[in-house]
Design a protein around this ligand. Structure first.
Ligand code: 2YH
Length: 291
């Protein structure tokens, strides 16, 4: 699992409008719309409904400690989408207490192992790995104009890759998976068969798998896994992995069809999943024709 560093997040807050424009140019959709698609929210929620959700972001000093700018960046991504978000003045337990005392709908916090949004009112946990897997799969679905019936290769079967697999199945894709540890592929395939009665293909050779796929999820968290020779000009990649698992030349070759960010898609999807958890009836009203 990758721990972000302050350089990963330092420019995100000031660059959100540009990020959104680029995302729109690649997918035809904004960050809010990609996150809605990931959270299975079919209609863009009213701004007033989004702003009714209060999110407290709590800095956590445990383990390797605070990442400079992390909490403020999470807050700014949520605020960019219209949420009422704030960073608590206190850290750790005191910060959680402060969030509760301010009647938050969700508390967001990350230590070295998990990054979660907790909904105190209905005891729901939204995990960043789940949201990131669904967010990037949703982005790929929108970028290619629908994955239904299309083959998609997942590279890296860790928590984000596993959740991307579930999302891709939901979007109707035919999923193949590769991991340097082939046992992880087998375990994922078995789990998906048990839980969804869906068969996915497990790949032993990355080079062979890449030659057969133009739609990819890169979730390895390892640098330089994919080089430019493995990619055609028509390859589309959603890459939640940090660092990006592509050589500089590979990145340049597919830049126009590459979705990659350290925090934006995952946090935005956590926010929309949080809205769904906390305002289900209001969201339901919005999609009824005369509601
Ligand atoms: O980056 C991380 C972990 N690798 C989370 C993994 C989730 N997939 N955590 C961020 C730690 C933030 C820090 N405790 C802070 O600034 O609050």
């Amino acid at each position: 699992m990758t721990r972000l560093i302050s350089q990963d997040v330092e420019n995100i807050s000031v660059d959100l409008d540009r990020f959104d424009s680029l995302l729109h140019a690649k997918t035809g959709h904004t960050l809010l719309e990609v996150a809605c698609h990931a959270a299975n929210i079919n209609k863009r929620p009213r701004r007033s409904l989004i702003s009714s959700l209060k999110a407290g972001v709590v800095p956590m000093t445990s383990g390797e400690g605070i990442i400079q700018g992390f909490s403020e960046t999470v807050r700014s991504i949520l605020a960019h989408l219209g949420f009422h978000a704030f960073v608590t003045e206190n850290t750790d337990a005191a910060g959680v207490a402060e969030a509760f005392e301010n009647s938050v709908d969700i508390v967001m916090m990350a230590d070295d192992r998990r990054f979660v949004a907790l909904s105190p009112k209905n005891c729901q946990v939204i995990d960043n790995s789940v949201a990131t897997g669904w967010g990037f799969a949703a982005g790929l679905d929108l970028m290619v104009g629908g994955l239904k019936g299309n083959k998609v290769l997942i590279i890296g079967c860790g928590p984000v890759g596993q959740n991307a697999a579930e999302a891709l199945i939901h979007f109707g894709a035919e999923v193949s998976a590769y991991d340097v540890n082939h046992e992880r592929c087998i375990a994922l395939a078995k789990r998906l068969f048990r839980s969804k009665y869906v068969n996915i293909r497990t790949e032993k050779s990355l080079a062979h798998a890449l030659s057969n796929h133009k739609f990819l999820i890169e979730a390895t968290n390892s640098p330089d896994v994919i080089d430019e020779k493995s990619l055609g000009p028509g390859t589309f990649i959603a890459a939640p992995g940090m660092p990006l698992g592509m050589s500089i030349a590979a990145r340049k070759k597919v830049e126009a069809h590459l979705l990659h960010d350290p925090l934006q898609t995952g946090v935005a999807t956590m926010g929309l999943m949080g809205l769904k958890a906390c305002r289900p009836l209001e969201l339901d009203q919005e999609i009824k024709p005369n509601g």
